[in-house]
Ligand binder design. Structure first.
Ligand code: COA
Length: 172
């Protein structure tokens, strides 16, 4: 691994962010017990062209959100998305390519996002069976609040990924 650089994402990063998200979803979310198959995840990301266009438009309209990427020799290997909207502060996504996980990149991304958000309450939704991510957020003092009953991610065919809410309080 060369030197990892963290920088603001631009619309030109849309394709690489889409690909990092797809690869990481495929390695993270399949779950035999819940019937969440790799094919269901593949289906969600099937239309790469549309997915990249959506990602690009998202990056072009970042009034309330902010995205940072981690790059290795200019290639995107991870990203994080934070949001401040309607008085609510959230981490909306944090993904690092499987071969780069466990090397501190996620922590650097989180430190960058939390610094931008500033003090106050920050929330995140995490797949209930994703212990690695729960540990990651716990490292940054997010506490498990409970199961989410709404806003669940729906996969093609209607199956949902069960999620929990985690919350972090930082006094102003
Ligand atoms: C969660 C994720 C973003 C963390 O990024 P990372 O670069 O792996 O994180 P770091 O190396 O900085 O490690 C931070 C903490 O994450 C947890 N973690 C990271 N890799 C782990 C692994 N292989 N197993 C268990 N916990 C792990 C640990 O708590 C770790 O803290 P520690 O180093 O003090 O033990 C990354 O592992 C990832 O993309 N995972 C799959 C996708 C995902 O779950 N995203 C979150 C969606 S809500």
């Amino acid at each position: 691994m060369r030197e990892i650089v963290i920088r603001h994402a631009s619309p030109e990063d849309a394709a690489q962010i889409f690909d990092v998200r797809t690869t990481t979803w495929l390695s993270t979310y399949p779950n035999q017990r819940l019937g969440i198959t790799i094919d269901l995840i593949r289906e969600r990301f099937r239309d790469r062209k549309v997915g990249i266009a959506k990602q690009r438009s998202y990056l072009e309209n970042q009034d309330h959100t902010h995205t940072w990427v981690a790059t290795d020799d200019g290639v995107v290997v991870g990203f994080i998305v934070a949001s401040i909207a309607d008085g609510k502060q959230q981490i909306l996504a944090a993904y690092v390519l499987p071969e780069y996980q466990g090397g501190g990149i996620g922590s650097r991304l989180m430190e960058t996002a939390l610094e931008w958000i500033g003090p106050g309450t920050v929330e995140v939704h995490v797949a209930a069976y994703n212990q690695q991510a729960i540990d990651y957020y716990a490292k940054f003092r997010f506490e498990l609040i409970g199961e989410l009953e709404e806003d669940l991610i729906e996969l093609p065919g209607g199956k949902v990924i069960p999620e929990v809410l985690m919350r972090r309080e930082q006094p102003v």
